[in-house]
Design a protein around this ligand. Structure first.
Ligand code: TEU
Length: 552
């Protein structure tokens, strides 16, 4: 079934449930809100939605701190509401992928609470990584690993006798203890979690921090480079907390399980590793179907870099018999309309957010974001779209400190601004309360006053809008089967101009600072109105030309 698997050329739309649509008006998005908006996703032309976590959670890390894997947090609705989302999506031909967070749970999870209550060495503690500390009285962490959000990756617990006791490992927030994947009980627990959602009709799982589950035996120190937070991607091959050989057995086991429910259910790895050849290691005929392409997400708007990342992606994933994925944004990085607006020479850590006052040219960012969308959607493989990018939303930079929720911000006491700016509830209707996010006007993060122009209804009525560009691009991509095509570069005289043929389409991307001459073929799509004018393609623009007889 793999050869024709739906996921190979799919367009997958990421929903961040807190911020997508709010059915009950409490200011937080929910599952009934999602169900009600499914028709607009179908109209956009997506093949699947991926739902970020909606499970019970204290929300210390936006729901990536799960306290019960087989339930729905009341703030998002009920299991019946989840079933209604699946039903509505399937009725519109849209598949549903849910987010699975197997590396760690919330410290509120029953298994961790049981581990805390149990004695050192117990079966319950064995579900996690509990260790005695170093130093004379165990007052030092068991090793030198740092947590992703800052500070040691270890927290000390108080034992039943009231004394300071063992330490537990958490690669992320202290409220996110890492599971011990060498433990059979943990493996069996997640088998049940998979079955639970498969039985409810899900079409697959996006697997959070897929490369981290298995740790090097003995949890060795990692010298001076213990901080996993460097960007882009995590550090080198030798990291004892990432990319250990034993982790593949977990996904082979899951793949078998998925297939026991029938074909067409997929696993997609969130494995932020570099280079691409390492990311592709997660994708195998007996393992995961896809892995996110972080190299593409991190590529700057530069012709050379884009060309080589595209080539490396096709080679790396092609080498394991899979199409590539393409991603411009997600809930962890500064939105690309703002990344591409950064003035030359300004460098920021995309996962750490951008501060208000950073030198930006928003109009340039918007223009390049549209060009990037026109380029990405013409590529063969699977495309992931993050909610709001189809509206051209920029990052929100001026969120007041007391509204910020991201542990990056909170744990660093504001030194890192964090990811809230890409998680602001999206605008549906220009003249409704909270731009139609709900009926009440409440919003868990403030929406900018300038967002009227981005509202979906305004853009839907405007053939030149970013939304119309995405809708047209996705429809044309489907009609001309670009997702299952192949890419053949066309030589250009200009180093900053990319050109390739995919099936019947010639794609030209002008990343130079001047107009460039193009041929007279019929124009199928332009990233901005009049991008092609007098036989020239404007700077920072992309056009698709129809070349039915082009020898590929
Ligand atoms: O992210 C894992 C991860 O690798 C991110 O930390 C990413 O590299 C970083 O944000 C970019 O600099 C996943 C989830 O997507 C993220 O939201 C969670 O915070 C994290 O896992 C912990 O569950």
């Amino acid at each position: 079934t793999d050869e024709r698997g739906w996921w190979r050329d799919a367009v997958v739309y990421q929903v961040y449930p807190r911020s997508f649509a709010d059915g009950d008006g409490d200011g937080t998005g929910d599952l009934p809100g999602i169900a009600a908006r499914v028709p607009s996703l179908a109209e956009l032309g997506v093949d699947a939605v991926w739902l970020s976590p909606f499970y019970p959670s204290p929300q210390r890390d936006g729901g990536y701190d799960v306290s019960d894997y087989c339930a729905v947090d009341p703030m998002f609705g009920t299991l019946a509401d989840f079933d209604a989302v699946v039903e509505a999506a399937h009725a519109h031909g849209v598949r549903v992928i849910v987010d699975l967070v197997p590396n760690h749970c919330s410290s509120d999870h029953a298994m961790f609470q049981a581990a805390l209550a149990a004695a050192p060495g117990s079966r319950e503690r064995g579900h996690f990584h509990f260790r005695d500390g170093r130093g004379e009285s165990g007052e030092l962490p068991p090793n030198d690993w740092q947590s992703h959000f800052g500070g040691p990756a270890w927290t000390r617990v108080t034992e039943a006798d009231g004394r300071p006791g063992q330490w537990y490992l958490h690669l992320f927030d202290p409220s996110q203890p890492d599971f011990n994947w060498d433990d059979d009980g943990v493996r069996a627990y997640f088998d049940d979690v998979l079955d639970f959602w498969l039985a409810r009709g899900v079409d697959g799982f996006r697997v959070d921090v897929a490369h981290a589950l298995v740790k090097a035996p003995g949890l060795p120190d990692w010298g001076g480079r213990a901080d996993g937070a460097s960007s882009p991607g995590f550090p080198g091959e030798d990291a004892p907390m990432f990319d250990q050989p034993g982790v593949h057995a977990v996904y082979e086991r899951w793949r078998e399980r998925l297939e026991s429910w029938g074909p067409d259910r997929i696993l997609c790895a969130e494995a932020n590793v570099a280079p691409l050849a390492r990311a592709a290691k997660w994708v195998r005929p007996r393992e995961m179907h896809q892995a996110f392409n972080f190299a593409y997400l991190h590529a700057p708007w530069e012709a050379d870099r884009l060309r080589s990342v595209i080539d490396e992606s096709l080679a790396a994933f092609g080498g394991v018999g899979a199409p590539s994925t393409w991603v411009l944004s997600n809930h962890d990085v500064t939105r690309h309309a703002t990344r591409f607006a950064l003035l030359d020479g300004v460098h920021v850590d995309l996962g750490h957010g951008i501060r208000a006052g950073t030198p930006l040219d928003p109009a340039l960012g918007e223009r390049r974001a549209r060009a990037a969308a026109a380029l990405m959607t013409a590529l063969p493989g699977a495309v992931y779209v993050y909610q709001g990018e189809e509206l051209g939303l920029p990052e929100v930079l001026d969120i007041p400190d007391d509204a910020r929720r991201d542990p990056y911000f909170l744990r660093s006491a504001g030194a890192v601004v964090g990811r809230d700016g890409c998680r602001v509830p999206i605008p549906w209707e220009a003249d409704a309360p909270a731009y139609g996010f709900n009926d009440s006007g409440l919003s868990w993060l403030p929406q900018p006053e300038t967002w009227r122009r981005y509202a979906r209804d305004v853009q839907r009525a405007d053939a030149t809008s970013t939304l119309s560009l995405y809708t047209h691009a996705l429809a044309t991509r489907k009609t001309l089967a670009l997702g299952s095509g192949s890419l053949v570069w066309v030589r250009t005289d200009e180093p900053a101009v990319l050109a390739f043929v995919n099936g019947e389409v010639l794609v030209v991307a002008n990343l130079s600072d001047h107009p460039v001459a193009v041929g007279a073929e019929p124009v199928l799509l332009e990233s901005v109105p009049s991008a092609v004018h007098d036989g020239q393609l404007a700077p920072d623009a992309v056009a698709w030309f129809h070349v039915p007889s082009h020898p590929a």
